[in-house]
Design a binder for this molecule. Structure first.
Ligand code: LIP
Length: 268
């Protein structure tokens, strides 16, 4: 089994270099903007450049590993038991990046036999960096993270996000309508990875979102879990496309139950 601390050290070094590329390209001006699933699901030349940089850096350091990236998909040798699969979002929060809003992140996780064992999320605009290893705790810089102590849903500041498909957004708006009166307030910052890290540090009390891909939540999900949050889907499902909920144990059930009542994992 590869050493999680060693994998994390490699990830941190690579993400810092790649984050500087993202930051520099933002300063120089965003280019190569195209769209993917809908006309608001954008990808930029920076997304692609950062992913290429990370994939190449991993190939040099760990030539037998597999990489799954948002923009280019899977690359590397056929995965075998015990191999490392890297899960990468080169720029999570691409719309924020496009609008020069300093809330975007490079997110890189190392997964072994289906379990994320190390992860780093870095905001290149601010230099904020979150790291975690399985069983080793979660950190923001040198600070150990423990999540929110909040225990009342009505006092909870809850983060969420919305998909790019209009029909899904309408359903998500209905869920929000049914939740808003039950919580302190809602925040929609635009990066799942950073939202999960904010929840890990108690800057959000909880977070939920439908429609996240593995690269959106692989690293941030480990940070949240290692900070003591419950990170799961609804009705016992693992976190995934249908739903990711991240909350401290005292908040998880009331938030989960309200989201289930609102069919938050359903819809288009
Ligand atoms: C984004 C997520 C965010 C979600 C956005 C988008 P991207 O990922 O981080 O939570 O609400 O719709 O999916 O597209 O910037 O990598």
């Amino acid at each position: 089994m590869p050493d999680a601390a060693e994998l994390l050290a490699i990830a941190v070094e690579i993400v810092r270099e790649a984050g500087e590329t993202a930051r520099r390209m933002r300063v120089e001006g965003v280019s190569g903007v195209t769209t993917k699933s809908t006309d608001t699901d954008v990808v930029t030349a920076a997304d692609r450049a950062v992913e290429r940089q990370v994939v190449e850096a991993l190939r040099v350091r760990r030539p037998h590993d597999v990489v799954l990236g948002e923009e280019y998909g899977a690359s590397g040798a056929r995965e075998r038991a015990g191999d490392v699969r890297w899960i990468l979002d080169p720029i999570d929060g691409t719309v924020n990046y496009l609008y020069d809003l300093p809330q975007y992140a490079v997110s890189l996780a190392a997964e072994v036999n289906g379990q994320v064992v190390a992860g780093v999320v870095r905001n290149p605009a601010t230099g904020a960096e979150w790291t975690a290893t399985l069983g080793g705790g979660a950190y923001k810089g040198g600070e150990r993270l423990h999540g929110s102590p909040r225990a009342e849903l009505g006092q909870a500041l809850v983060g969420t996000g919305f998909g790019y498909d209009p029909a899904r957004r309408v359903h998500q708006a209905g869920v929000l309508h049914g939740l808003l009166g039950h919580v302190r307030d809602i925040r929609r910052f635009g990066s799942a990875a950073l939202d999960l890290c904010a929840a890990a540090g108690g800057q959000l009390d909880a977070y939920y979102e439908k429609g996240l891909n593995p690269w959106d939540h692989a690293a941030g999900g480990l940070v949240a879990t290692e900070a003591g949050l419950v990170v799961a889907g609804l009705s016992g499902a693992p976190p995934g496309l249908d739903m990711v909920v991240a909350a401290p144990p005292a908040l998880f059930k009331p938030l989960h139950d309200r989201l289930a009542e609102l069919d938050a994992a359903g819809g288009p």
